[in-house]
Design a protein. Structure first.
Length: 383
């Protein structure tokens, strides 16, 4: 692929669209947001660039760049222009409008919010007192949501920022026999000689993340097994393990097995294909579904499929949680129970529609209500 011109419909594009920040940024993967910001800067500079240059600048693979661009195209944030030969020649940052917020779900499920704003703020987030801004136009709700987010993540462990070793430090580290052995293994697994940048990543994992030789070895083995040998990916896995508190091979193997099964299936069925692990808040939802609610994998996957069917352009974990919460409160223990709830919902909706068509008053309304009452008194069957 040759040089690609980046431009914007707004001409002199010096600021980030408020609609991007308010409606598009929050639902996107962080790496996708970083790519958009970088493209916005390039559009202002007006200089052409290659996908390889973008990948090098962002320390990721070209596939990661293309995946992010495809995501933004899908949600109408970016558009591409082509040459007569069908080659991509440009990326355009589109003028953004507020997306359609109307839910497509017949169930009218709540698709946002981490807390019940009708409750006393002092009772949210584990009973901690909430902060407010004094803004009469929804400021309290914004602060309440922010407060819950903070309390959910305040105990999270974050991987340290990578430090680049000096030439002297690097020369000293290369004398370490353990590191030399790891370099040899990494080159064998990756089937190439490590670049300086990749070598720095390996040193970061071993020294700053404090991975043992055995854990480093398993990390390389695991990534090679799933055919992900770019060091940007290997480093992301290492950071994730660090933040999960994984310190040995057995813990890493157990975690990886779980990731390759339930976690990956949930993300895939929610249409999330740009990252390999759920975020900490998302993991809390999954743990709630399997722990507190006690749902097996099949029920969770069914909820994910329904959620993405009802809301294909932006399904969220709170949306899926609302489906599973309703099933839990309704005593769902089998797929037959789900079918029963679906039928009850269909009957209620049909009866409500018939009542509405009759004008909402009078004898027809009473007849419909009696029919509906008889239906449920007879166990949901006609008699």
């Amino acid at each position: 692929m040759g040089m690609i011109n980046v431009s914007s419909q707004a001409g002199d594009f010096t600021n980030i669209s408020n609609n991007f920040i308010e409606y598009y940024m929050t639902d996107a993967n962080g790496d996708f947001v970083k790519l958009y910001l970088y493209l916005a800067m390039l559009s202002q500079a007006g200089r052409p660039i290659t996908v390889t240059d973008i990948a090098d600048h962002m320390s990721c693979t070209e596939k990661d760049v293309c995946r992010a661009i495809r995501y933004w195209i899908k949600v109408d944030v970016l558009s591409l222009s082509y040459s007569e030969d069908g080659e991509v020649t440009g990326i355009t940052l589109r003028s953004l409008k507020r997306p359609d917020m109307e839910l497509t779900s017949d169930l009218r499920l709540i698709d946002f919010g981490l807390v019940d704003t009708k409750k006393n703020p002092a009772q949210t987030a584990g009973g901690k007192k909430d902060r407010t801004t004094g803004d009469k136009n929804g400021g309290e709700k914004v602060e309440e949501a922010l407060h819950v987010t903070e309390t959910e993540t305040e105990d999270a462990i974050h991987a340290p920022r990578k430090k680049q070793p000096t030439k002297e430090e690097l020369a000293s580290k290369l004398e370490d026999k353990e590191l030399s052995n790891l370099i040899s293994e990494a080159e064998a697994y990756c089937e190439r000689e490590l670049s300086q940048k990749e070598l720095n990543s390996l040193i970061y994992i071993k020294d700053q993340l404090r991975f043992s030789f055995d854990l480093c070895e398993y990390l390389l083995e695991y990534c090679a097994e799933i055919k992900k040998t770019s060091f940007s990916y290997i480093e992301k896995v290492a950071k994730n393990w660090y933040e999960e508190g994984i310190t040995n091979r057995s813990d890493a193997a157990e975690y990886s097995e779980r990731y390759l099964t339930l976690y990956s299936k949930i993300l895939k069925n929610m249409g999330i294909t740009n990252r390999f692990s759920p975020a900490p808040v998302e993991k809390k939802y999954i743990d709630k579904w399997t722990g507190e609610y006690g749902f097996q994998e099949g029920f969770i996957i069914e909820a994910c499929k329904r959620a993405i069917t009802n809301h294909p352009n932006g399904v969220t974990f709170p949306y899926v949680n609302k489906i599973l919460e309703d099933w839990y409160k309704s005593g769902v223990h089998s797929f037959e129970d789900i079918s029963r709830l679906d039928e009850e919902h269909r009957v209620k909706k049909s009866a409500a529609s018939d009542i509405g068509m009759s004008g909402g008053t009078g004898r027809n309304n009473n007849d419909k209500l009696r029919e509906l009452e008889d239906f449920f008194l007879n166990g949901g069957s006609d008699s």
